[in-house]
Design a protein around this ligand. Structure first.
Ligand code: NAD
Length: 269
């Protein structure tokens, strides 16, 4: 894997997280090219890390074995137009852009045969990501393995069988950090109403969120329901709180919210 020259087109936050993870895991920085049109500070940072940062998008792609498309989705058509003359037949293309279907990438890069579409999430920015990956059956297995190794630099990977499942992945792992933030926000607001300072409320809520998530990870043999039941004594405080969630049909609300996310992802494609 380390022999391949990788070009990141759009070296923004997501690309930087992947690059930092790759370099940390021993990938030679000299084999990575990063292109960023406007952020000079980011380019300097990448140069200091030993990357090549002075090539145009087109030069970078011409030299690369693997092209990572990491510009914002709305920039994708314009950026790919710069590669109209480039032959992608022997290059692997990995897109991290949300909402750009493989069929669209095939239109934009007609000579590309090996395209892997990935859907990383925001915790990838701190190395705790969960990325969904999809590739058509015709894509070389080595290209798929490469994409998985690449995304493993920022967390875990999950392959989906069909592209439409990536929209479900968006609802489950892409949009969902915000669900947890929202829940924590509501808890913080409630604590502030009780009289705690915003900062103290945040520390309290944050520590319980981390603790609860770590308990889930540390006890894979216990179902989530069992973990919940273990802290819920009959007639106790937790039971009272959970009864209110039940009364307001929290499960149904979450289900509707996730389906709304899927619907929006489908509309955006
Ligand atoms: P970002 O704005 O930080 O990065 C995009 C970068 O592209 C910028 O640094 C910009 O300077 C550069 N750029 C713009 N036009 C360019 C051009 N013509 N040539 C070269 N570089 C150009 O955005 P991001 O958050 O890193 O998102 C990048 C992609 O990753 C998006 O497609 C997004 O859908 C996807 N993504 C991001 C996240 C996330 O948590 N940030 C999660 C999932 C998917």
């Amino acid at each position: 894997m380390n022999q391949k020259t990788i070009a990141f087109i759009g070296a923004g936050n997501m690309a930087f997280a992947i690059i930092a993870g790759l370099v940390k895991s021993g990938y030679p920085a000299a084999n990575i090219i990063a292109c960023n049109k406007s952020n000079q500070a980011r380019c300097e940072q990448l140069r200091q890390m030993g990357l090549q940062v002075d090539l145009t998008n087109r030069e970078a792609v011409e030299r690369a074995d693997v092209v990572i498309l990491a510009v914002k989705p709305q920039m994708m058509a314009e950026v790919c137009a710069e590669f109209a003359e480039v032959d992608f037949a022997d290059k692997w293309v990995i897109s991290v852009a949300a909402g750009i279907a493989v069929a669209r990438l095939e239109q934009l890069l007609p000579s590309a045969r090996n395209i892997v579409r990935t859907m990383p999430n925001t915790p990838s920015l701190i190395g705790e990501g969960m990325s969904g990956l999809f590739a058509k059956k015709i894509v070389e297995p080595t290209a798929c393995r490469f994409a998985e190794q690449l995304l493993s630099a920022v967390g875990q990977c999950y392959w989906v069988e069909t592209e439409s499942q990536l929209n479900q992945i968006i609802a489950i792992t892409g949009s969902s950090p915000a669900y947890f933030f929202k829940f924590m926000e509501a808890m913080q607001q409630s604590a502030v109403k009780m009289g705690f300072s915003e900062q103290d409320a945040r520390v309290l809520v944050q520590s319980v969120a981390i603790g609860a998530a770590k308990m889930v990870a540390a006890n894979p043999e216990l179902s989530l329901a069992t973990l919940r039941e273990n802290v819920t004594s009959k007639g106790g405080t937790t039971a009272q709180a959970l009864a209110v969630f039940e009364q307001h049909r929290l499960d149904q609300t979450v289900d509707e919210a996730m389906n709304a996310a899927i619907k929006r992802a489908e509309e955006m494609e």
